[in-house]
Design a protein around this ligand. Structure first.
Ligand code: PLP
Length: 399
């Protein structure tokens, strides 16, 4: 046998449940089985939710006019300005200089973690949460501690749990709003209460992951930054979810620092941004068109997502062995497995896949502590596909 070169501990420890479950699904597909994939939050994989044409046209125009060179490291000025204006419209004074364009929220996270974290520091993130909030901080010697979202109360924030877990080593406190995987939308009162807690810890910055903000079905969603006059907030957003273009890999971070506490860390983030050159130039033109041209198209996409979400809730309510809190936003359902035969959520998900060819993600992949006993599915497929998926789930549980 060939002797293997060692892998770093940090790479070997990375897990991404959403894509990890694809490995056995691909094996089954190779054997000729057709799998209904409900695992990944990519609207483009499903019928009726395309990227708007005017954004694609702007992207193409940039390609055709040879706008294919390196751009400025913090993003095209016109795009930064348009993002700043969109954020200001959400209720806080954002200027072009506060905005940094990145290759998706994912790259923004890597830059933020690299700039804020070091050995012994902590990130406080919702449990359950989108997996990179657990996977990346450890690369910088930090640990992620989860605070509890209450499964018995619409997955709202457990403020007491945050209070208990806060200390001076917490550098970043994360809110995902609307939340992935639960779909919970935080109320203004909850957000204000989080700021009240954070105010006592001057080293703590709030990360506001608002990548699903255009898919709010409660009508009560507010921008986190708009609620802070002192605690620093970094807002994350981009084209992946609300502009239906995840493959473009364009996002941004917008820094709200009312008291000017972040000058040093911001200098560090800017150094990191310069060292990775820039985000894709033509894709930034596509995003610019999305921000500055017609926004009416979103209503149609949103109505379709809501229709599919409602259909899923109806089906879940009618199946013995699963139940779900109605999500307030985004396009996920975080479903509780009450089927008593389930040894673990992961085994349940694998059995469903092998026996009935429906792929969902085990809840423990989003939090071993707070996600176990659940699975996450997307509501994005057309209703006839969802209908078949639920028929199979019902068959799997109830025979
Ligand atoms: N943040 C959350 C909460 C997500 O659910 C996702 C993707 O599913 C991302 C960030 C990734 O964003 P991007 O595609 O901009 O890297």
């Amino acid at each position: 046998m060939v002797e293997q070169v060692d892998v770093s501990e940090r790479a070997a420890a990375i897990e991404y449940a959403i894509r990890d479950v694809v490995v056995p699904a691909v094996e089954l597909e190779k054997q000729g089985h057709e799998i209904i994939r409900l695992n990944i939050g990519d609207p483009l994989a499903y019928e009726g939710l395309p990227t708007p044409t005017h954004m694609i046209d702007a992207y193409k125009r940039a390609l055709d006019s040879q706008d294919n060179g390196y751009g400025p490291s913090y993003g095209l000025s016109a795009l930064r300005l348009a993002i700043a204006s969109a954020e200001t419209g959400k209720g806080w004074p954002c200027s072009e200089d506060d905005v940094y364009v990145t290759h998706g929220v994912t790259e923004a996270l890597q830059i933020i973690f690299a700039a804020f974290l070091e050995e012994g520091t902590k990130v406080l993130a919702p449990g359950p949460h989108y997996p990179p909030y657990m996977a990346y901080p450890q690369m910088y010697g930090a640990t992620t501690v989860e605070y509890r979202m209450d499964p018995t109360d619409g997955w709202c924030i457990d403020l007491d749990d945050i209070r208990q877990k806060m200390d001076d080593s917490v550098r970043l406190l994360v809110l995902i709003n609307p939340n992935n995987p639960t779909g919970n939308v935080a109320t203004k009162a909850e957000i204000d209460a989080v700021f009240t807690i954070a105010r006592d810890y001057p080293n703590c910055t709030i990360i506001a992951d608002e990548i699903y903000d255009g898919l709010d079905f409660t009508g009560s969603l507010v921008s986190l930054a708009s609620r802070s006059t002192d605690v620093p907030v970094i807002t994350l957003n981009g084209v992946s979810k609300v502009y239906f273009a995840p493959g473009w890999r364009i996002g941004y971070m917008a820094w709200h620092d009312p008291e000017g506490r972040l000058a040093l860390v911001r200098d560090g983030a800017e150094r990191l941004l310069r060292s990775r050159l820039c985000a894709s130039t033509p894709a930034q033109h596509g995003f610019l068109a999305g921000l500055t041209e017609d926004r009416g198209w979103l209503d149609g996409h949103k109505a379709l997502v809501k229709q599919r979400l409602d259909y899923c809730m109806e089906r879940i309510e009618a199946i013995d062995g699963i139940e779900c809190e109605a999500p307030g936003g985004a396009f996920y359902l975080f479903v509780r497995i009450t089927d008593e035969r389930a040894a673990s959520d992961k085994q349940w998900v694998l059995d469903l896949l092998h026996q009935h060819h429906v792929l969902v993600v085990h809840g423990s992949g989003f939090s071993p502590e707070f996600g176990a006993g659940h699975f996450r599915m997307v509501c994005l497929p057309a209703i006839d596909v969802l209908a078949t998926a639920f028929d199979r789930i019902d068959q799997f549980i109830n025979g």
